[in-house]
Write a protein that binds this ligand. Structure first.
Ligand code: HEM
Ligand code: HEM
Length: 192
């Protein structure tokens, strides 16, 4: 392996901003599917009201649950716009400074590097798809068929997001334990 890789200031800033906002987006998805799920909140509301002899239909309860969830969910969209901006900045940094990982199609690189680069490349491709379909969900309601497809694809984002973060973190732990000690602190201070 060559000498330890260094990371430019621009790359580090944009990496940590993307990491933070991306994890926040994942938190909003987690909340929407669990504690802040509209049907789940509606059920709690319905049973509490029933104890006070007030009856509410399941549908009404879910609708109220949806209204309670709405302000939290707005943060998903706001974070989505921020990620769009960060993605564009990442692409500019890439154009100016070149990639931090090898081209996976290049001959002569190790299998490990090829796998790592393929994962990063796939991640950036899926990331762009999430952003594009997210924008289409909000701004493309007039194109009914396209909108329906965009929603379907967008919802699948959860799978690659979880898979990438797990692989990334596990890969980094192995790198730290193996030949690439200090890789995480280099992503903080840049390396010499
Ligand atoms: C929170 C813990 C995290 C740590 C400690 C961390 C650390 C690192 C380090 C050390 C690298 C350089 C690896 C290399 O040179 O191969 C890297 C690259 C990368 N990280 Fe993270 N990361 C974290 C979270 C995330 C998250 C949440 C995302 C996005 C979902 C992310 C996206 C990326 C990408 C795409 C790269 C490839 C480098 C590039 O963009 O050119 N990271 N990360
Ligand atoms: C990397 C970025 C993004 C990821 C990983 C992501 C992921 C997701 C996921 C998994 C869902 C489905 C949640 C569920 O049904 O439980 C969702 C829904 C949604 N996202 Fe995103 N999203 C991203 C960016 C965006 C952007 C940029 C926008 C818009 C500007 C956006 C707007 C929405 C909206 C409006 C919904 C609700 C769709 C519906 O059920 O009708 N998202 N997102």
């Amino acid at each position: 392996m060559s000498s330890p890789k260094t990371y430019s200031r621009a790359l580090r800033i944009v990496h940590w901003l993307i990491a933070g906002v991306f994890l926040f987006i994942m938190l909003t998805i987690f909340l929407r599917q669990n504690w802040m799920n509209k049907d789940h909140m509606g059920m709690i509301l319905r049973s509490e009201l029933l104890k006070r002899n007030i009856e509410l239909s399941g549908k009404e309860a879910s609708l109220i649950g949806k209204s309670i969830r709405a302000p939290m969910w707005q943060w998903h969209t706001v974070a989505g716009y921020i990620l769009l901006g960060l993605y564009l900045i990442r692409m500019i940094v890439l154009k100016v400074e070149g990639a931090t990982f090898e081209n996976p199609f290049k001959a002569g690189i190790t299998g490990k590097d090829r796998l790592k680069s393929t994962i990063y490349l796939l991640f950036y491709g899926c990331f762009a798809t999430s952003l594009l379909t997210g924008i289409l969900i909000v701004w493309g309601k007039q194109w009914h068929d396209l909108h329906r497809i965009a929603v379907k694809i967008h919802i699948l984002s959860m799978y690659y997001a979880v898979a990438f973060v797990v692989l990334h973190l596990v890969g980094l732990v192995f790198a730290e334990l193996g030949k690439n000690k200090g890789i995480i602190s280099r992503m903080i201070h840049g390396g010499s």
